[in-house]
Each structure stands twice: as C-alpha cells, then as structure tokens.
Write a protein that binds this ligand. Structure first.
Ligand code: PSU
Ligand code: MN
Length: 325
C-alpha cells in the first residue's frame, strides 16, 4: 500500500545495505519486512533525552522486548556516526541511550548529523520520516510533540506536527505531552488532517495523566479495530499519519495535582533560565523526573512499554491481513 522504498538489499553481516536510501536496515528488520512480518519502529530521543541516563538503556531494551512480546520485530531508529540505522545492536542502543554526545535529531537535523558523521537520537518527526522510508508502517513512542504553552509569543510548535501531516505511518502514543498546550495541538492536528483515535477512551490522553480534559474525535476499543482504521486510511492513499492515543494505565498515572504543580514550577524555571528551541522539551521532562519522586518516570516507562506492545499487536494484525507493503 505504501509507495516508499524498502531499506535496500545490499550487504550482509548483521545489517543490510543502504542501497541508495542513505540508511542501514538491520538484517532482522529487513528479513521481517521481506517476509511480511509485523515490524514496529521505535524512536530514540525518548531514551537519550527523555529518560534519566542511568536507566535509559535498560528501558530501551524493555521497550524492544514489549514489541517482541506482541510477536513483532522492533526497529529502534537512530543515527550512529553519521549513518541512519533502522534497528540497533545492543552496543549501539547503549551508546544512543547513555552516550555523551548524542544530538537530539528532528527532521531538519538529519542532513547535518549525517553529513558531519555525528550520532543522533531521532524525534517522533525524524523517526516517522525514516520509518516510512524503510517501509515500516507503525511506530511507537511516549508522547508527541506539539504546540507549546505560550506559543502565541514563542512560536514554539514541534516539527512533529509537520512530519505527521506528510508521513503515512501509524503512531501509537500516550497523547501529546502534558507540558504542551493540548487544545492548541489538537486544533493544529485537525487543520493538518491528522486523525487522532483514542484507544479505549473518548478523552485525549495527557501523557503523564490519563485525561487531558479534551475529547478525541475517534475511538477504537481493540487492536483489530485500530488495524481496520489503518487499512481504511491506507486504501485511500492518505498522506497523513494516524495517531492512536492510549492513556497510561491507571496504576502508573501521575497524581493530577502533583502534575499541575510540577508543571507550573517547571515552566517558570524554564522561562527564568531562558530555555528555548529544541531544549525546552528535554528540560521540562528532566524537571518532572527530578521533582516528582519517581512518579513521572514510572508513568513515562509504563506508557512507553504499553504503547510498544499495542503497536506490536496492530503490526502483527496488519501483517497477517496481507494488506501491508
Ligand atoms: N516523548 C517522550 N519523551 C521525549 C519525547 C517524546 O516521552 O523525550 C521527544 C520526542 O522525540 C518528540 C520530541 O518528538 O520530544 C519533541 O521535541 P520538540 O518539542 O523539540 O519538537
Ligand atoms: Mn520546539
């Protein structure tokens, strides 16, 4: 259904060749795609910049294991020494998670990071783009970027939105990060014709919290229903991404009052320190991890694992339906 080229077929020894696509697809991923098995792409900024370094490599492995537990093959996306990688070996996973010079790479950064042979972790935007290019239709993440609070003054809107408007992948997430202006983000997604489907909910999930207080336009209640929506979208050749928003499970949700207090303080501190541009999101996520006694971290890890598993289940269904590729 997708017009994108596969990752290429040259080379062996654990990784497939770049074959003019500018990227190296891990052999396991390439074989799974060729065999029509379910594959789930995973973003890497969540592990390099969204989680504390001490635990992020372990969490990255757990996220991959969650995809496998659903019967699909994980493909963590990153740039290693200038080469885009779709599917990482364990030492690369550790480097991207814990390494000292890992650039947060959105779409605009891919050229410079590749050209200068740097190592970068890909955002939702960059992962969506690269997954699509590799022929992977599904990807899992924590929370989407979006319109920041105060965007009226700062013009800070994540490049994730632009990428989602032009990349036909399905993104399983826990909504947009609650540090953002969720209402404005939903309006922008509507304008950009990006469908948002609540997974077993009518409320837009708020990342650390289950309910952002805003409705989602559509709802599905099973992986099968989600797969049917993906097929419906694909059959029409729609160029936009599909967002499946699954709320964090109730046991790991942050207390909404603690969440609100932490957010108000974090935003004030970000303004005081004049944090801008691509540093805003990592700063606020780090602030939460430092000031909530582990509650935000527990929520973040739980929702990332749940999203990886759900994406895996949907990927397997789509592969079985023979309507992929
Ligand atoms: N979700 C998380 N942790 C993160 C991010 C998302 O749970 O660190 C990252 C994603 O990579 C997302 C990026 O694409 O933050 C958005 O950054 P910005 O607002 O600068 O576009
Ligand atoms: Mn921004």
């Amino acid at each position: 259904m997708r017009p994108m080229s596969r990752g290429g077929a040259a080379g062996r020894a654990g990784t497939a060749g770049t074959a003019g696509t500018g990227m190296l697809v891990a052999e396991e991923v390439r074989d799974a795609l060729a065999a029509g098995r379910g594959v789930v792409a995973l973003e890497s900024t969540i592990i390099s910049h969204g989680l504390p370094k001490q635990t992020s490599a372990g969490t990255a492995r757990e996220i991959e294991a969650a995809v496998r537990s659903a019967g699909a093959v994980p493909a963590t996306v990153a740039v290693v020494d200038g080469t885009v990688r779709v599917g990482l070996g364990d030492d690369e996973l550790v480097r991207v998670a814990e390494g000292p010079h890992v650039v947060k790479a959105s779409v605009r950064d891919l050229g410079p990071v590749a050209g200068r042979r740097l190592t970068g972790a890909t955002t939702v935007a960059a992962t969506a783009y690269l997954a699509g290019r590799a022929g992977i239709g599904l990807f899992a993440t924590g929370g989407l970027g979006g319109v920041h609070r105060g965007a009226r003054e700062s013009w800070d809107e994540s490049a994730d939105l632009a990428a989602l408007s032009s990349t036909p992948v399905t993104v399983v997430c826990a909504g947009v990060k609650s540090i953002l202006d969720t209402a404005a983000t939903l309006e922008r997604l509507e304008t950009l014709s990006v469908p948002v489907v609540g997974y077993r909910t009518d409320a837009m999930p708020g990342f650390y919290v289950r309910d952002s207080g805003l409705p989602v336009p559509w709802r599905v209640d099973s992986p099968e229903e989600a797969a049917a929506v993906v097929r419906g979208r694909d059959a029409l050749g729609l160029p936009q991404a599909l967002v499946v928003a699954q709320p964090v499970d109730p046991d790991h949700e942050m207390d909404p009052d603690l969440h609100e207090r932490t957010l108000v303080d974090g935003l004030a501190e970000a303004a005081r320190r004049r944090v801008t541009g691509k540093d805003v999101t990592p700063f606020l996520l780090g602030w939460f991890h430092e000031h909530t006694g582990g509650a935000s971290l527990a929520a973040n890890v739980a929702l990332a694992l749940a999203n990886a598993r759900l994406a895996g289940l949907v990927a397997v269904l789509l592969a079985a339906g023979g309507d992929e590729g």
